[in-house]
Write a protein that binds this ligand. Structure first.
Ligand SMILES: *Cc1c(COP(=O)(O)O)cnc(C)c1O
Length: 365
C-alpha cells in the first residue's frame, strides 16, 4: 500500500532520539561489544530503510526477521552485515548468498533439505533454544554435528545465539536458567563461533553484565521501555515516534445528537466535536474508543466508534480546521505515549508501534 500523503495524518520520527538511545545503551556496555540494530517489521513501524541508513556509522550490523526485510535494506544501499533472525525458506538461500545476507540455522531438519552447493560461502549464525521453545537447537551434541557438517560444506559459521523469554521481568529465575543453559552448551562445543550473543534490549539494559560479545537492540532504540512499566530504566531514553494529524472538521452538536456507527455516543450537552482523519485502517483500532488525543494541550476523548478512516473527538471549545491533533507524542506539557495506548489496550508498546499501518507516511527529522 502506498502511504497517503495527501492527508494530514503522519508519523514523525526523530532520528536523533534513536541515535541518542543507541548511545545510551552502548555507553553502559563493555566497549568492544558489537551492536546490531534490530529493524525488523519496518523498524517497529519507524521505517527500516531510513532508520538503518541513519545508524550506519553507529552499529556493526542489522537484524531483520526475514529475507525480504534484508533485501529492502540492501536495495536502500545498506551494505553492512544483516542477520536474518527467523528461519529462511531453503528456496530463498540463493538470494541470501547473492546479497551477502547472514542466515540463522536453527534445526538439523532444515540443514537436511538445503541444497548443499548453496552452503559454500554462506554466512551463518547458530540459534540455540534455551527456553523460548520457538526455533533453535536444544542440545550441544546436535550442534557439534551440524557445525561439522556446515564446515565440511565450507559454510562460514560466524555466530551463535540464544534469546531470553523473561529478561524484561522482575523475577530472574527463568532468565538465570536460560543463561546457565546457554553457557553450558557453549562449554560443550568443539569450536565456538566468534560472535556469541544473547541480549535483546531488556537483557542489554537490565543484565548489561551478561552480554557475550554482541547485542541485538530493538525496542530500546525507538525509545520504548521493553518491560512496559515493570522495570524502570537506569538511564533516560527518548521516544522517537510521534503520531499526529489535524482537525478536518469542527462542529457544535445539539444535546442528544448521536455520533458514529452504531450511534453508541449521544451528546449530553452542546458539544464541540472534531473529526480527525485516522481510523482502524491506520492501526488506531476500534478498542481505542473512549481513549483520548491532545488538542492545544487539552486531553480530548475519542467519542463514538472508531471508523476505518476517521475518529471523532470531544473538545472543550471550537478549534479551526487544520489544528494539530497529537495521538502519540508531546504537546505542550501533555504527553501520550505508545505505552499509554498499550496500557489502554491491554497489550505491549511493541504491538502498538507495529500496528501503525503503511498508510501513514513517515517523516524524519
Ligand atoms: C525481535 C528480536 C530482538 C529484539 O528484541 P527487543 O526486545 O526489541 O530488543 C532480539 N532478538 C531476537 C531473536 C528477536 O526476535
Amino acid at each position: 500500500m502506498k502511504a497517503s500523503i495527501h492527508r494530514p495524518t503522519r508519523i514523525e520520527v526523530d532520528l536523533s532520539a534513536i541515535s541518542h538511545n543507541l548511545q545510551q545503551v552502548k555507553s553502559h556496555l563493555p566497549s568492544k561489544t558489537q551492536v546490531f540494530a534490530v529493524v525488523k517489521a519496518n523498524a517497529y513501524g519507524h521505517g527500516s530503510s531510513v532508520v538503518a541508513r541513519s545508524l550506519l556509522e553507529e552499529v556493526d550490523g542489522f537484524c531483520v526477521s526475514n529475507v525480504d526485510e534484508a533485501l529492502e535494506l540492501r536495495q536502500a544501499g545498506v551494505t553492512k552485515d544483516i542477520l536474518v533472525l527467523g528461519v529462511v525458506p531453503v528456496g530463498a538461500l540463493d538470494l541470501a548468498l547473492a546479497e551477502n545476507i547472514i542466515v540463522t540455522v536453527a534445526s538439523r531438519e532444515w540443514l537436511e533439505i538445503v541444497d548443499k552447493d548453496l552452503l559454500k560461502g554462506l554466512r551463518l549464525h547458530i540459534k540455540v533454544d534455551t527456553g523460548m521453545g520457538r526455533i533453535g537447537f536444544r542440545d550441544s551434541r546436535l550442534i557439534n554435528e551440524v557445525l561439522a557438517d556446515l564446515r565440511l560444506h565450507k559454510a562460514q559459521v560466524e555466530g551463535i545465539f540464544t534469546h531470553f523469554a523473561t529478561a524484561d521481568q522482575v523475577d530472574e529465575t527463568q532468565f538465570q536458567t536460560q543463561l546457565a543453559a546457554f553457557k553450558q552448551i557453549l562449554t560443550e562445543l568443539d569450536d565456538i563461533p566468534s560472535l556469541v550473543h544473547a541480549s535483546n534490549s531488556a537483557t542489554s539494559i537490565w543484565h548489561a553484565d551478561t552480554v557475550f560479545n554482541m547485542v541485538r537492540l530493538g525496542n530500546v532504540l525507538y525509545g520504548l521501555n521493553p518491560s512496559g512499566r515493570a522495570l524502570s530504566l537506569p538511564y533516560t531514553i527518548r521516544p522517537a515516534l510521534s503520531l499526529v494529524s489535524e482537525l478536518v472538521q469542527t462542529k457544535q452538536l445539539e444535546i442528544g445528537a448521536t455520533i458514529g456507527y452504531g450511534a453508541t455516543y449521544t451528546s449530553s450537552g452542546e458539544e464541540y466535536i472534531g473529526t480527525v482523519p485516522i481510523g482502524y485502517a491506520d492501526g488506531l483500532i476500534r478498542r481505542m474508543q473512549d481513549f483520548h488525543v491532545l488538542v492545544d494541550g487539552h486531553i480530548c476523548p475519542i467519542v463514538g466508534r472508531v471508523s476505518m478512516d476517521q475518529i471523532t473527538i470531544r473538545m472543550p471549545k471550537p478549534y479551526p480546521l487544520g489544528t494539530r491533533v497529537t495521538l502519540i507524542g508531546q504537546e505542550g506539557s501533555a504527553t501520550i505515549s505508545a505505552q499509554d495506548w498499550a496500557d489502554y489496550l491491554g497489550t505491549i508498546n511493541y504491538e502498538v508501534a507495529c500496528l501503525l499501518s503503511d498508510r501513514i507516511p513517515r517523516f524524519y527529522r
